[in-house]
Design a protein around this ligand. Sequence first.
Ligand code: AMP
Ligand code: MG
Length: 431
Amino acid sequence: METCCEAEFGLTHGPVSAPWSVCFICICFFSEFLVLFGMVFPVLSAIEFFVILIDSITKGSVEMKRNREKNFTKLLCGSLLAAVICFCAGCGRTVKYTSANTAMGTFVYQTVYTSGEDVTADVTGLINGLEQDTLSWRIAESEIARINARTGSGEGFVLSDNLRADLEVLREVSERSNGAFDITMHPVVELWNIDAWAAGQGVVPMQQTVAGAGEIQDNQPSDGATSIILPDQKQVTQALSHTGYEEITIENNTLYLPAEMSLDLGAAGKGIACDEIAEFLKESKVSGAVISVGGSVLTYGRKPDGMPWQVAIVNPLDTATQLGTLSLTGEWFVSTSGDYERYVEVDGIRYHHILDPATGYPATSGVRSVTIVCDSGILSDALSTACFVLGVEDGMELAESYGVRALFVDEAGRIFMTESMRGIFEEAGEQ
Ligand code: AMP
Ligand code: MG
């Protein structure tokens, strides 16, 4: 998910939405005028006051004394008025904050417009909290890790309300994609050691060495990696025998999972994070934001200039370039799954991180990337993974059944999209 973020963090300008822009410009002019007026008035009063004061001291007439008192009152009122006007105008002032850091094992880029405090550190904290408390299978205290530690015990695991709701959504995606999306793929994900690819370690401690292995083509630089060791068919079949979303049972908020099975929400976690960020922003003074968590992007509210958010889609055939941009206004969730996000290449074969639950091997559906746009983070993330495994035809059908916008890029670089996507997508180089 890592490499696409910067490009997806699109902040270029798109076509102007005329009425909003005009309104916005008028408001800006008015507030600047108020501030100027508020400053000028007391300054003039002060000058007048001091001129009369000097006059009254030198001449000392009763008339001058009266004038002095009158002007002092004027100065006081002017200053008060200025303070009120400046305060009111300042209240509506929107400040832009940006941040770039890592969380959830990926890059997080934020641009936030707010009339309140900088919330970017809170957003990063929220993502880290979600990872640590709920989603990570590596952190022993997280909910997923505790579920995985208890499989087969017969005791069951009492789910939090949030995770239960998430699992309901994900189960439905599994059912409607005929198992192309499956959160029980964890034993196979671990076998392929996909995390090590992401970390750029490259050396996988398994028995089977692939002939000719030795070159890492991962998106992140490797640290002294010398060889790639891939699992053999027997190991894949063995790991695959411990998968199957149908085996997950949830009764009265308690989850039961057979022994040897385990969960991995890697295909939906970044989308879940975007959902939580959107809820957090609603409680804040943020008026607009675009935040990317790996391959999942949230657009929220408005840009101060009234323009739509521009989210770039990476060209999966040449990741240094953009395929095009999406123009989005308001709250939207965009997720991309691509074979360029995490992979190793061995003997000219690319092994990427999206596995086909039917084979246990990286999906070979002929698709290089899928982008989903909809009003739910968890759904956009889960569906982009599911559609990648399904390929153009079945993936398009699934996307349409959910009523979400979808864009596929196949191995030849051809673009396929739902009708609804056409209205918001502009291909690079098109005008
Ligand atoms: P994404 O990048 O959102 O498409 O998610 C890919 C990640 O989800 C991988 O790194 C795995 O951890 C996990 N995964 C791989 N294949 C599947 C699948 N078919 N269904 C669910 N999760 C998967
Ligand atoms: Mg996904």
